[in-house]
Design a protein around this ligand. Structure first.
Ligand code: ADP
Length: 257
C-alpha cells in the first residue's frame, strides 16, 4: 500500500498507463507500441512511451533516436521528444550484455526509476512496451506499475496465440484490465496483385481468441513491407504513408484503445 501511495504521488501528471504486451517475441509488440503512442498523439493527446524491453530494446531504432538522454540539475532524466511524443528506452542506459543476467525485481526497480525519475510532465497516456513473455519479470512488473490496462499483441498463429492466452491470464491474475487484443501480420496483399489476400500466419486467430477470452478485439494489422521499412527508418507508419492499409489500421487501433 505504501508503494501504491508512492507511485500515485509521483505519477500524478500521468492519467493512463497502458502496457503493450505479447506472449511471444517477434510478433510486433514494439511496432504496435510505437504506432499506438504516435497514433494517440495524432489525436492531440499528450503521450509518453517507455521501452522496458531491456533485452531487446527496439524503440531507439523505431523512433530513430539514439544516445543517452539528458539529465536536469535535479538529476531527473529528460525524455527524448519526436513526432509529438516523449519517450525513453531502458536500452539507452542499460548495457545489453549486463541486461542478460537481470532478474525480475531488478527490472522492476529500474522501470520504477524510469517512471519516477523522469520529467514526463503532464501526460494523457504513458505507453509501456513490455519485454515479451509472461515470466517472473513481466509478472513482477505488471504488479508494481499502476497500470490502467493492457493491450496484447499476437499473430494469428497457434504458437503465438498459446502464449497470448497466458498473457491475458497474467493480467487477469493481477487485476489489470485487458483493453483488448491486436492481430498483427493478419494478412498479406501483394502490391502487384491487390485483389489477392493471403493469410500467411492463419486466419482470424487473435480475433477468435479475443472472443473466447471475453476481451475486446482492437483490430488487425496487415503484414506489409512498408511497416518493416518504416520501423527500420525510424518513422512510424501511422504518421507517414497513410495510403497503406497498416497506416490506416494503426489509426483505427489508436481510436479503439
Ligand atoms: P516484438 O516487439 O514483438 O519483438 P517487433 O515490433 O520488434 O516485434 O517486430 C519484429 C519485426 O517485424 C520488426 O522488424 C518489424 O519491423 C517487423 N514487423 C512487425 N509488424 C509488422 C507488419 N505488420 N508488417 C511487416 N513487418 C512487421
Amino acid at each position: 500500500q505504501e508503494q501504491d501511495q508512492e507511485d500515485e504521488e509521483i505519477l500524478t501528471g500521468v492519467d493512463n498507463i497502458i502496457a503493450v504486451a505479447s506472449g511471444k517475441g517477434g510478433v510486433g509488440k514494439s511496432t504496435v507500441a510505437v504506432n499506438l503512442a504516435c497514433g494517440l498523439a495524432r489525436t492531440g493527446a499528450k503521450v509518453g512511451l517507455l521501452d522496458t524491453d531491456i533485452y531487446g530494446p527496439s524503440i531507439p531504432t523505431m523512433m530513430d533516436a539514439h544516445g543517452r538522454p539528458n539529465i536536469t540539475t535535479e538529476k531527473q532524466l529528460i525524455p527524448k521528444e519526436k513526432y509529438g511524443i516523449r519517450f525513453l528506452s531502458m536500452g539507452m542506459l542499460v548495457d545489453p550484455d549486463q541486461a542478460m543476467i537481470w532478474r525480475g525485481p531488478m527490472v522492476t526497480s529500474a522501470v520504477k526509476q524510469f517512471m519516477n525519475e523522469v520529467e514526463w510532465g503532464e501526460l494523457d497516456y504513458l505507453v509501456l512496451d513490455l519485454p515479451p513473455g509472461t515470466g517472473d519479470i513481466q509478472l513482477t512488473l505488471v504488479q508494481t506499475v499502476p497500470l490502467t490496462g493492457a493491450v496484447i499483441v499476437s499473430t494469428p498463429q497457434n504458437v503465438a496465440l498459446d502464449d497470448a492466452r497466458k498473457g491475458v491470464a497474467m493480467f487477469k491474475k493481477v487485476n489489470v484490465p485487458v483493453l483488448g487484443m491486436v492481430e498483427n501480420m493478419a494478412y498479406f496483399i501483394p502490391e502487384d496483385q491487390p485483389d489477392k489476400k493471403y493469410h500467411i500466419f492463419g486466419k482470424h486467430g487473435a480475433r477468435n481468441l479475443a472472443e473466447q477470452m471475453g476481451t475486446n478485439f482492437l483490430g488487425e494489422i496487415p503484414l506489409e513491407q512498408k511497416v518493416r521499412e518504416s520501423s527500420d527508418e525510424g518513422k512510424p507508419i501511422v504518421l507517414g504513408d497513410m495510403e497503406t492499409k497498416s497506416g490506416e489500421a494503426f489509426v483505427e487501433l489508436s481510436n479503439n484503445v
